[in-house]
Ligand binder design. Structure first.
Ligand code: PGA
Length: 267
């Protein structure tokens, strides 16, 4: 089964409203010039919370909006938090969960990330759930054990039943040592982990769902390395940090999505 590719821009804590609007506009214009790409590849922008509403309008069927985090709570006395319904209200369809920067700098545990995942399903958002090993894990040969433990924690939060969000959920493999460092994983390293994750998804959720779920790679993706990584059979696109802040680079990464060999599943 061929899955529709996806490229997600994670802008992190960058961009005031005006610069966010300019960047989104440039990306939108670039996508308009690439009508055939739009069929091939879903494009999602994840600006900071403060720019989401301003990007509501340029986002449309060709550009979707996502948040970078959310509260597991449905609302109420949780000072400083943003809940899923608020994100839906400003136009979000997706939410990134469990990014390594949240795990490292904000102490997010697998258990908290699983609660957020459950909340995303409850609130009608599609999760882009991140996992990945750190450098010591890789050097000591623990990569697959570490990502498996993270995956199993996430899977406990996926609701039973065939609701569409369950099928649309996205995983992102992001080796911590490759994020923002300029050291991307090799295509072979990426494929090894993606193939393993897909097998584990199929074992746990069944072949149908395991075969449908998109698995993105993230970590120092650039126009120069994207095509070789995207050409791997279990890689369905990318989660892009630094290079998503420059329209030309982000569009070049979208251009690197390989042509499907089988009919694409349109979502
Ligand atoms: P990077 O970030 O592309 O700057 O390495 C990726 C990410 O953090 O999602």
């Amino acid at each position: 089964m061929k899955r529709r590719a996806m490229v997600v821009g994670n802008w992190k804590m960058n961009g005031l409203i005006e610069t966010a609007q300019e960047l989104a506009q440039e990306i939108l214009e670039g996508l308009m010039e690439r009508e055939n790409r739009q069929l091939l590849c879903e494009v999602v922008l994840c600006p900071p919370f403060t720019a989401l509403y301003a990007l509501h309008a340029p986002s449309s069927s060709s550009l979707k909006l996502g948040a970078q985090n959310m509260s597991p709570e449905p609302g109420g006395a949780f000072t400083g938090e943003i809940c899923g319904l608020m994100l839906r209200n400003v136009g979000c369809r997706y939410v990134i969960l469990g990014h390594s920067e949240r795990r490292i700098h904000f102490g997010e545990s697998d258990a908290l990330i699983a609660r957020k995942l459950e909340a995303a399903f409850r609130d009608g958002l599609i999760p882009i759930a991140c996992l990945g090993e750190n450098l010591a894990d890789r050097e000591e040969g623990r990569t697959l054990d570490v990502v498996d433990a993270q995956l199993q924690a996430l899977l406990t939060a996926i609701p039973e039943g065939p609701q569409p969000a369950r099928q649309q959920m996205v995983l992102a493999y992001e080796p911590v040592w490759a994020i923002g460092t300029g050291h991307n994983a090799t295509p072979e390293q990426v494929q090894e982990v993606h193939r393993f994750l897909r097998q584990r998804l199929s074992d746990t959720l069944g072949e149908e769902l395991g075969g449908r779920m998109r698995i993105l790679y993230g970590g120092s993706l650039k126009p120069q390395n994207a095509a070789a990584i995207f050409a791997q059979p279990d890689v369905d696109g990318g989660l892009v940090g630094g290079a998503s802040l420059k329209a030309a680079e982000f569009l070049a990464i979208i251009d690197a999505v390989s042509n499907p060999k089988e009919p694409v599943l349109i979502r």
